[in-house]
Design a protein around this ligand. Sequence first.
Ligand code: NAP
Length: 249
Amino acid sequence: MSKLAGKVAVITGGNSGLGLATAKRFVEEGAFVYITGRRQEELDKAVALIGANAAAVQGDVQSIEDLDRLFARIRQEQGGIDVLVANSGIVAPQTLLEATEDNFDKTFGVNVRGLYFTVNRALPLLSDGASVIVVSSIAANKGAAGYGTYSASKAAVRSFVRTWTAELIERGIRVNTLSPGPFDTPIMDLQASTPEGREAVRANWAASIPMKRLGRPDELAAAALFLASDESSFIAGIDLIVDGGMTAL
Ligand code: NAP
């Protein structure tokens, strides 16, 4: 039976990688899905790929105006939201020695501020019993050279999940963290400047995972479906790690 029949879902950063795989899976399970992102062309391609029951709303999570426009449209078209996946994120490796204000502000602007106001602006639309999924990373609990701002931004959003669980649990809204390990998505390409470098990034991450391969986006989508659906009805405030054993071993 479809696990999200009749549900309305919103996935920020749904035009690529993990967000797109999740959007596809949610639609297969009966949901109507709104995807967002800055690049209209990628949004159009994603909607065509998903095929039906999906709509794209262009916008930057750093812009309150864009967020308000997104949720105003959903209010008008659907009246409410059952599942929110706050997934938009960027990585821009830089060591402490190389630190720039621009890197700090961009990483925290998208990954933390953008996510914070995404959930804040969605709140009036969330149905009682809604599921909110915050995409963090196993990087939140690890030290890897060059990932200072990224890892700290992901630790911040994991922290939000605890507070928001406390604030929303009485409405039956479940907030959970979903923490991927390394997955094969375009975000890997942001971690090197040449094709050889990008290949090396993928190979190095794969070698560091006990399963000796990168995750496939559909494997993250399956975990997102679990948190989105009633299958996880007694789960709130957790960090669901999907990483091929990387954190545990
Ligand atoms: P991706 O393919 O690069 O997707 C990132 C998404 O975020 C894109 O849809 C992008 O769309 C959107 N985005 C970026 N900046 C945005 C902004 N300012 N406003 C709105 N949307 C924005 O990478 P991914 O791997 O699927 O990443 C999804 C999430 O998983 C991220 O939060 C990432 O940190 C997390 N994660 C990924 C991995 C991994 O190995 N892949 C591991 C751990 C955590 P536009 O560019 O069109 O805006």
